[in-house]
Design a protein around this ligand. Structure first.
Ligand code: TRP
Ligand code: ZN
Length: 828
């Protein structure tokens, strides 16, 4: 049951080529496969699940073959041979959305990580790479697969993918689709046809995704020297999808919410996510597809690197510092939380039961942080040299983290033995900071709880706020190290961990005055924001623990940033945003305090009200409409974000009158949702909710927001969520809708953690219900329970009881049982 990294062995046989023929039918699709194997001994073991075997033949001779529950074992010639099989599958009943399934009458596939074995018998592992040729027969007008189109006729189409690939990158789509098309000429002069395929009626919502794709293609050429390598690049939008999107070679398949966007239907955050995910999947063409993973333990090889690349891209397209702040916010909210709980695992895990459970924030987001640290340690030029060498040396291969680090060692001459610990040790390192000033020498003492190499970017500011020592990267390699700065005229204020140069928790006691000083003066935008954030957390913590009112000093410091017109509005919006309740709970727990969800909730509201009162005179001007015609660019998005923050505060003073006006006049989704949230937050959203539902009732993507928002802002979130499960539009088998409802429940900290346990019970009930239908999504959503160890004894008891109740369900999926068991802290 458990797969171990240490058990890796190569596959017995090379695969020279694969030819597949699909005869599509909802309940009885036939899949014929012709696989040329090289020599590899007389026993061949293929993966296969839920397949009805119709026939099998080796070198044209029929063979008797009896599959078991997980595959097929055959006796084969000890020489090259051809295996032919035909199987039958039923895409229509495939609610797990893995393998070949149907969504709105359209056929589509999802094979990563181990879905190809639900399509045909095959060595379904990433280190077996082969060229694929595919013939599709169906009555659908559009039939797509990987690679280049070869030929097509009435009722059939053929595709050829010349690039050897693992089966997890296989894809097929057939449906009544229309394309939004464009073209791209690569730096090599090759012409590429670009198509985004959607359901009729959605073609006017593809422009931003297409524009993002073209910018991604150009950027990868300019920054990494990587060009596209086929004559067509297809993207298909699908409504029923377990994750965000999938990088299948030449045929990316997307959750439709990460493709379709108009200013009226998508928020600025949606636009930014579309841009990032389009880029992410496109960048996989080199980091993932041309160079793939030897086994699934190496997942961060492609995901960490590709997330890092999409973050770089977004930083270049938008504001780099704002992007960094947003990335750190998600890293802390998801990855630090994961690393602090029962699901903690290394960036490269060493064992799993169900690999789908390891597409985690740790593999993706912390994996990306490791790339960023490597780049900081070796420098930009060496990083580029190393990446060039990586592509040159490993093109066409299935690689490991050892291969990756060896490339860096070879390209830079740097020994990375110590750095490698980052890949194998779970948990967030803590770095503590001490500082002394003696006889003109400023000494920064850094110490860590482990033995990693940690790049700590530091700058020093003089008493007047000017920078006296610009950013330098200190390398913390020992348990404890002193870094001395000489020749300073006065005691400086140190700005430590600039740009969040390492994914660590910084323990540094600092006066509120020094934090306010950094918030006002730091030249590093990340640390400027971080100073404000830490200050706000200190204020919130004191409110929670001893009811101390928000001090004027904090209010003045935030007000100064909020009203400083010289600052980027996007930055001001971030500075106005209060720490999330879950984030606060995490921080309190780290400091040895058991968080009380109700008190945290009350404290956050009290801070928002105090801030609103402090800004009373300024707010009316700050909520003025954004000038000019709508544009999705970062500058305008920042203005809208800031306006919506201000509107949220103003609503606390006037009961939502202004928010209602903004809602009524809104011409874009950012303002419509921003105003609706502000109304809901002050309990005045009922009328607007009704208007919203009447306006958007038929739009699946927009209605997901309607489900989420009222739960996110509800006082009794479980009650509202339970009521919404009875709504006719609660299509619980659609993962987006399920996540909209239960993701919001889990995201409403005080609501989910209601002392009566109703939040826990409702979620567990629905996980149990979803599990037999879609185990992958059920397992993913179960992560809401990972925070139990930091709660009080009563809540711990309630949460653990729900985990035990889940574990008691007979024939629970491997996905959900592994998650529940790990969370419950049980071995087996
Ligand atoms: N490889 C995909 C990505 O990072 C994510 C992915 C993994 C996925 N498994 C999946 C997507 C299952 C959809 C369904 O972009
Ligand atoms: Zn990815």
């Amino acid at each position: 049951m458990t797969v171990h990294l240490s058990d890796y062995t190569p596959f017995s046989h090379p695969v020279e080529s694969v030819a597949l023929t699909f005869r599509l039918a909802p309940r009885a699709t036939r899949v014929q496969s012709v696989i040329r194997f090289g020599q590899g001994g007389t026993t061949l073991r293929l993966d296969g699940e839920g397949l009805t075997l119709i026939r099998a033949a080796i070198d044209g001779q029929p063979v008797d073959a009896a599959p078991d529950a997980t595959g097929l074992t055959l006796t084969v010639p000890d020489a090259p041979f051809v295996l032919e099989t035909e199987v039958e599958i039923a895409p229509e009943g495939n609610t797990a959305l893995e393998g070949l399934y149907m969504s709105n009458g359209m056929y589509c596939t999802q094979c990563e990580a181990e879905g190809f074995r639900k399509i045909t018998f095959y060595p379904d592992r990433p280190d077996v790479m082969a060229p694929f040729r595919v013939r599709i027969e169906s009555d659908m007008p559009v039939m797509l697969s990987n690679g280049n189109p070869v030929a097509q006729g009435n009722g059939w189409a053929e595709w050829d993918d010349p690039w050897p690939k693992p089966a997890y990158l296989f894809a097929l789509v057939a449906g009544e689709l229309v394309a939004h098309s464009d073209r791209f000429t690569t730096m090599n002069g090759d012409d590429v046809a670009l198509n985004i395929w959607v359901r009729p009626g959605d073609e006017d919502r593809c422009a931003y995704a297409m524009n993002s794709l073209i910018r991604s293609m150009k950027w990868d050429e300019q920054v990494y020297g990587r060009a596209y390598d086929l004559s067509v690049f297809n993207i298909v939008a699908v409504d029923d999808f377990n994750m965000g999107a999938m990088e299948n070679k030449g045929l990316n398949i997307f959750n439709s919410k990460y493709v379709l966007a108009l200013p009226e239907t998508a928020t600025d955050d949606d636009f930014a996510r579309i841009e990032a995910i389009i880029a992410h999947e496109y960048f996989h063409n080199w980091t993932g597809n041309r160079i793939t993973c030897r086994d699934w333990f190496q997942l961060c090889l492609k995901e960490g690197l590709t997330v890092y690349r999409d973050q770089q891209f977004s930083a270049d397209m938008r504001s780099a510092s704002v992007k960094r702040i947003e990335d750190v916010l998600t890293l802390r909210a998801r990855q630090f939380r994961e690393d602090a709980g029962p699901l903690a695992h290394p960036v490269r895990p060493e064992a799993y039961e169900e690999i789908n459970n390891f597409y985690t924030a740790t593999v993706y987001e912390k994996g990306a942080e490791l790339i960023g640290m490597l780049k900081l340690l070796v420098g930009d030029d060496a990083y580029r040299r190393a990446l060039d060498l990586y592509f040159e040396r490993h093109d066409g291969q299935a690689c490991t983290i050892e291969d990756w680090l060896t490339v860096f060692q070879d390209a830079t001459g740097r020994d990375l033995t110590q750095f490698k610990r980052w890949y194998s040790e779970a948990g967030t390192p803590r770095v503590s900071v001490d500082e002394t000033w003696e006889e003109g020498v400023f000494t920064l003492t850094l110490s860590q709880d482990g033995q990693k190499i940690i790049p700590v970017a530091v700058g020093l500011l003089g008493p007047d706020g000017t920078e006296v020592v610009p950013t330098q990267v200190l390398e913390l390699t020992k348990h404890r190290q002193d870094f001395r700065f000489e020749g300073l005229a006065a005691r400086p204020v140190a700005s430590v961990l600039r740009g969040f140069s390492a994914p660590v928790i910084l323990d540094r006691s600092m006066t509120a005055q020094d934090r306010a000083f950094l918030l006002a003066h730091d030249t590093d935008a990340f640390n400027r924001w971080e100073a404000g954030r830490t200050l706000a957390k200190d204020v919130m913590a004191r409110l929670v623990t001893d009811g101390a009112a928000p001090p004027a000093m904090w209010l003045d410091a935030v007000a100064a940033v909020a009203t400083d017109d010289a600052l980027d509005p996007a930055f001001r919006a971030l500075a106005l945003r209060l720490p999330a309740e879950d984030d606060m709970a995490q921080t309190l727990h780290q400091g040895g305090v058991t968080p009380d969800p109700d008190r945290i909730h009350a404290a956050r509201r009290q801070m928002a009200l105090a801030l609103a009162e402090r800004l009373r005179d300024a707010l009316p001007a700050l909520v003025a409409p954004v000038a000019g015609p709508w544009s999705p660019d970062a500058a305008q998005a920042g203005q809208r974000a800031f306006r919506m923050q201000a509107l949220g505060l103003l609503s606390r003073l006037n009961g939502g009158a202004e928010a209602q006006r903004v809602f009524d006049a809104a011409t874009n989704m950012t303002e419509e949702v921003g105003a609706l949230s502000a109304l809901l937050e002050v309990g005045a959203g009922d009328a607007a909710l009704g208007v919203f539902a009447r306006k958007w009732g038929d739009d699946r993507i927009v209605m997901d927001k309607w489900f989420s928002l009222q739960i996110l802002h509800a006082a009794d979130a479980p009650a509202v969520a339970r009521q919404l499960t009875e709504h006719p539009r609660f299509d619980w088998k659609n993962p987006n809708r399920f996540r909209a409802l239960f993701g919001a429940l889990a995201g409403n900290h005080a609501g989910f953690h209601r002392a009566d346990g109703s939040g826990y019970r409702l979620l567990a009930n629905w996980l149990i219900r979803l599990d037999p239908v879609n185990p992958q999504t059920a397992a993913r959503m179960s992560q809401a329970f990972e925070g139990w160890p930091r709660m009080d004894a009563d809540r711990q008891g309630l949460m653990r009881a729900e985990l035990e109740r889940i574990l008691a369900v007979p024939s629970l999926s491997r996905d959900l049982s592994e998650m529940a068991r790990r969370m419950a802290g049980r071995r087996k």
